[in-house]
Design a protein around this ligand. Structure first.
Ligand code: ZN
Length: 200
């Protein structure tokens, strides 16, 4: 699947909205992602997961995997879809008392080859936090797999990890007073309120 086909899945499911948006931060943007909307369709989720599996040669040390791990909530379904494509277990980390941690009796073997996944990488911070939380388990991370990379690069370079993203998308953001779309007289839409979908 090429990048255009990935974007088609996102547009068709309204996981990618294009226009003029007011974000929960108060900033305005020209695009808005809510990957839960594409992942609500099992066939689309499976197709995207397979596209990631097709690139498994790019993982450090080759395609063999022992587990896929994603940070909750955003990556829970994505992790499950990717793990299905690989035929391995899917785990998730979650915040407990403010700290990212592995709970629910999930266990990883020392030396296990783990792919970390995230739906949309905005800064890449939550996958990084999840990897830090798993450090004491002694697993080996083979890379990070994302549906959308908004960072414009690989935020895990310093960790020696490849980033395998199905599409790279640039999102323009402005403070409301500096938004050219407002200046052009276009009204900003709050995507959460219009679609009743919560922002991750
Ligand atoms: Zn605006």
């Amino acid at each position: 699947m090429n990048q255009e086909q990935v974007i088609d899945h996102l547009r068709a499911s309204e996981a990618l909205l294009e226009g003029h948006f007011e974000l929960s931060s108060g900033n305005h943007s020209d695009r808005y992602f809510q990957c839960a909307r594409v992942l609500q369709f099992p066939q689309r989720a499976a197709a995207l997961a397979q596209a990631l599996a097709d690139r498994a040669e790019e993982f450090n040390g080759g395609p063999a995997l022992d587990a896929v791990v994603g940070p909750a909530m955003g990556a829970v379904v994505w992790s499950y879809a990717v793990a299905s494509a690989f035929g391995c277990p899917s785990l998730f980390t979650e915040r407990f008392n403010g700290e990212m941690t592995l709970r629910r009796g999930f266990r990883l073997e020392r030396g296990a080859r783990v792919l970390m996944v995230e739906d949309v990488l905005t800064t890449g911070g939550s996958a990084r936090e999840a990897m830090a939380a798993l450090k004491s388990t002694g697993v080996e991370f083979v890379g990070v797999g994302a549906i959308v990379n908004r960072t414009g690069g690989n935020p895990y370079k310093d960790l020696g990890l490849p980033l395998i993203a199905l599409c790279d998308v640039d999102v323009q953001m402005w403070e409301p007073g500096e938004c050219p779309l407002c200046a052009a007289g276009e009204k900003a839409v709050k995507p959460g309120s219009r679609t009743a979908a919560a922002e991750a």
